[in-house]
Design a protein around this ligand. Structure first.
Ligand SMILES: Cc1cc2nc3c(=O)[nH]c(=O)nc-3n(C[C@H](O)[C@H](O)[C@H](O)COP(=O)(O)O)c2cc1C
Length: 168
């Protein structure tokens, strides 16, 4: 497996913590972690395997730093890359916009020639509407520290195992 670049945006630290856990699971020598406010399109092009992570704010709004970073994603050449997405959210308080940031990132990647990997089943979550749900499955990994923090470690472990078999 080639080295992975993990790019995250986090307002209160939850996505940052998850990004660091994902790096640990991949192996610290196999993955770099970068906050998106310190990253550019050039940084993205360094990696053939990329993980994006962002939380959802407002009602279905992208985390502030990651919102700015979307234009760097749009400008980057992502042809042939494998990309996985995770997102932090709160399914009880925001059941109609649960982890929408995952879906917003996915929409930004459409037509860019990269393959989005790391889909997960929706059954262990309880929400009404999410931009992360496409054709009955979640196109990235949702994590919910408010309501299901006890599941986070296991979800990350399983997801990273899945990614290890799919990355370039
Ligand atoms: C004002 C406010 C608005 C939020 N809006 C949403 C939302 O629309 N959808 C969602 O899934 N989570 C929402 N959340 C939950 C956050 O995404 C969650 O707390 C997340 O863990 C924050 O991650 P961060 O610390 O990395 O920014 C909201 C939280 C707050 C305080």
């Amino acid at each position: 497996m080639e080295k992975v670049g993990i790019f995250y945006g986090s307002s209160t630290g939850n996505t940052e913590t998850a990004a660091n856990q994902i790096q640990q699971e991949l192996g610290t020598d196999m993955a770099d972690v970068k906050e998106v406010s310190d990253a550019s399109a050039n940084d993205l092009e360094t990696y053939s395997n990329i993980i994006f992570g962002a939380s959802t704010w407002g009602v279905g709004d992208m985390q502030d730093d990651f919102d700015v970073f979307l234009s760097e994603i749009e400008n980057a050449n992502l042809e042939g890359k494998k990309v996985a997405i995770f997102g932090l959210g709160d399914q009880d308080t925001y059941p109609d916009s649960f982890v929408d940031a995952i879906g917003i990132i996915y929409e930004t990647l459409e037509g860019k020639g990269c393959e989005v990997i790391g889909q997960v089943a929706k059954e262990s979550y309880s929400y009404d509407v999410s931009k992360a749900e496409i054709n009955g499955e979640l196109i990235g990994l949702p994590l919910d520290e408010e309501n299901q923090g006890n599941l986070t470690n296991e979800r990350i472990k399983n997801w990273v195992q899945q990614l290890k078999g799919q990355f370039n």
